[in-house]
Design a protein around this ligand. Structure first.
Ligand code: IVH
Length: 677
């Protein structure tokens, strides 16, 4: 298809506008257009690119998230090795470091003509980016410093990393190093989501960032909003262009469109460095990301080159670390907590203490193995720390302070809630209660069912759930639908009005879509996104129930672990019964006619002729046909010059070729939905 210069120009213009808007939003944190305008421009570009796939370029803002998960990551050699930093934990060690570099360059030491740049040490994962002629071509993990893994697909999803440098005449090759990290609110959001899915929590944002970068599926990486600060610039193709100081490098990086941490400072001597370090020791608590220290670098790049590297570290830089806050306290009790998935977690209850700005009274002891390793006992004085300054944990026991007569702690054999025998599945460290009617599990299941992203039942809070489970008014999630106002008003502190409201809210939840219902069932690993994907692939619960592990795994985004978990869940008779009862109560277990006919009535496609070809991402051919017909369009089977649109999915063959020849407008499923909207 020939493309008119107008279209080409519009595409270029849209890309520029979107790039600028993205830069303002993600790098400067200072948006220049409302989200709705951005989305509109984005969709326009997406449509134009869909109609003219030959014009798609890898640096287009639409090309951030790849379609296919990687099978594995490939090891690659770094263009320039990534060194790590020597640590200094106090002033003495910092002075020793200065003495050492000064000894190597006595002339500089004598004249005193040097300065330091202090930067915050960001607690994330180092990555190396390569830009060729201004275009991002490669992103690699640090690995062992010489070889790392090629994670370009994942790096591309980080919005503060430009796909194209904003330089008029970019050098042939630019190497940029920096730290990929997870902002604290995003870290908390991810952990909350993992908790509801019964997945292991990330101990701190650093682990979460590293784990996310090594995810094979770029769609998952995209959902976890990683961010990036650039701190090192190399221009191997054009050394003369290279800035002469670290300070200038940071400014050039910023001009190139990268995010550079603003909290940097030039310091003339170690006294000023110490002042900066102390200043940030408290101020860092207000930042939206974690920093575990300050990196001190000699500013002059020629001086850096003169000093060079040891086996592992640059001689011209050092990391001055903040001590991890460790605080002693006394263990009052050790209890176990039974979660929604039946996992039994031991917790230490301690005299409340302040750690890293918050009051801590409980700390996880993880499992029996960890308890044995610590030999923690009630009455012990322990040191607690916030791992990555987020989740409190017991670091060690001060055995010398142990009072007489203490006993080693052992985990209970029976569930503290229902007394059934606990089991430790082979190969796992967790102990579980496997009694599906255990009140603790039931309580967790009801709370999850009622939660905002599931059935969103207002008024069904922790206290009330505890009451309805304890009084056995509710023995299964399905019992919620039989609750009567009279029964609820019998409970402590439940008035008639709130009971009526609650019954109405429970009734109202029957209108919630199938995906929310599926999520609400609390199947391990089936979070919001997976529930959405599964309900699209299996539009009725019967189809999902009958699906094999293979069939489930074939759904895009569903891995083997998820597939197995869903399959196993439906094999359990009690779960089949639960679904049946909920179905009888009128909950939605299919995509529903309402969904398919959501555009019925609008005749926006009046008189338009469509041909459908290939596999569409979420609609079956029949469903697409119905949508088109409902909106007044016609569907025919072969492409001719009278065809207005070819609705094309994957593996579209000869019809697509013919449509292109005849200049027929080619439409994706998203394009069709946009038209209908
Ligand atoms: S400079 C040769 N600057 O800290 C230069 N590193 O413990 C080495 N880091 O591997 C890196 N913030 O991942 C530098 N402003 C910063 C940094 C920083 C965080 C990380 C980096 C490095 C690790 C060393």
């Amino acid at each position: 298809m020939t493309v008119s210069p107008d279209i080409q120009q519009r595409i270029t213009q849209l890309r520029e506008q979107l790039r600028e808007a993205g830069y303002a939003y993600y790098v400067l944190d200072d948006p220049i257009m409302p989200d709705a305008v951005y989305d509109k421009l984005y969709r326009e570009l997406q449509d134009l690119e869909q109609q003219h796939p030959e014009l798609v370029t890898p640096d287009s803002p639409t090309q951030r998230v790849g379609d296919k998960p990687a099978e594995q990551f490939i090891s690659v050699q770094h263009n320039i090795p990534l060194y790590s930093l020597e640590n200094a934990f106090d002033e003495g060690e910092l002075r020793k470091w200065e003495e050492r570099w000064k000894r190597q360059t006595p002339d500089i030491a004598e004249t005193g003509e040097f300065e330091y740049v202090c930067e915050l040490k960001i607690d994330g994962s180092a990555i190396a980016l390569t830009y060729k002629n201004g275009i991002l071509t490669r992103g690699v993990t640090r690995g062992d410093g010489t070889t790392g893994e090629d994670i370009t697909q994942n790096i591309r999803t980080i919005r503060s990393i430009p796909l194209k440098l904003s330089l008029e005449n970019p050098p042939e090759q630019v190497e940029i190093r920096g730290e990929a990290f997870l902002p604290l609110d995003e870290f908390e959001r991810i952990n909350k989501e993992r908790e509801t899915q019964g997945e292991k929590l990330f101990a701190n944002p650093r682990n979460a960032a590293a784990g996310t970068l090594r995810q094979l599926d770029p769609k998952i990486v995209d959902q976890r909003r990683l961010d990036f600060f650039a701190y090192t610039l190399y221009i191997p193709s054009d050394p003369n262009f290279h800035p002469q100081t670290q300070w200038e490098s940071l400014e050039v990086l910023q001009q190139m469109g990268l995010r550079v941490n603003p909290n940097r400072k030039i310091c003339a001597n170690l006294g000023e460095v110490q002042a900066y370090f102390q200043d940030w020791e408290t101020k860092r608590r207000e930042l939206s990301y974690l920093t575990d220290g300050v990196v001190v670098k000699l500013n002059s790049i020629p001086l850096q080159q003169q000093l060079g590297f040891t086996q592992k570290f640059p001689r011209w830089a050092v990391a001055l670390k903040y001590p991890a806050e460790e605080v002693p306290t006394v263990v009052q009790d050790i209890t176990v907590n039974v979660g929604r998935t039946g996992a039994v977690t031991p917790m230490a209850i301690m005299n409340p203490v302040q750690v890293a700005g918050t009051t801590v009274q409980r700390a996880t002891l993880h499992n029996q193995d960890r308890i044995a390793e610590l030999d923690i006992r009630i009455g012990d004085t322990v040191i607690i720390r916030k791992a990555g300054e987020i989740i409190p944990e017991v670091v060690r026991v001060l055995e010398g302070m142990r009072p007489p007569g203490t006993q080693p702690y052992t985990m209970p054999q029976n569930c503290p809630e229902c007394n059934s025998e606990l089991v430790r599945p082979e190969g796992e460290a967790v102990i579980r209660c496997v009694n599906s009617s255990c009140p603790a599990i039931l309580k967790g299941s009801v709370l999850h069912w009622a939660s905002r992203d599931a059935l969103d039942i207002n008024g069904l809070g922790e206290k009330l759930v505890e009451q309805i489970v304890r009084t056995r008014l509710v023995r299964s999630v399905a019992d919620l639908y039989g609750l009567r106002v009279e029964e609820l008003t019998q409970l402590e502190r439940v008035g008639r009005k709130s009971a009526e409201k609650l019954v109405a809210a429970i009734e109202g939840s029957k209108k919630q879509p199938y995906a929310r219902v599926l999520y609400g069932l609390g199947i391990r690993y089936v979070g919001k996104v997976n529930a959405e994907v599964l309900t699209q692939a299996f539009p009725t619960i019967e189809q999902l129930q009958c699906a094999s592990v293979d069939g489930l795994e074939n759904v895009y985004g569903v891995g083997l672990e998820i597939a197995k978990s869903v399959w196993q869940w439906f094999k359990i008779e009690a779960n089949q019964e639960l679904v049946k009862r909920l179905q009888d109560e009128g909950l939605r277990f299919n995509q529903g006619v309402e969904n398919k006919g959501e555009f019925a009535g609008s005749k926006v496609l009046e008189g338009k002729r469509f041909v459908i070809t290939g596999t569409l991402p979420s609609l079956s051919r029949k469903e697409a046909e119905r949508l088109i017909k409902d909106a007044g369009g016609k569907v025919t089977s072969s492409v001719s010059k009278n065809t207005d649109y070819l609705l094309a999915g994957e593996k579209a063959g000869s019809k697509l070729e013919k449509a292109e020849k005849l200049n027929v407008f080619i439409l994706s499923e998203d394009g069709l939905r946009d038209m209908l909207e």
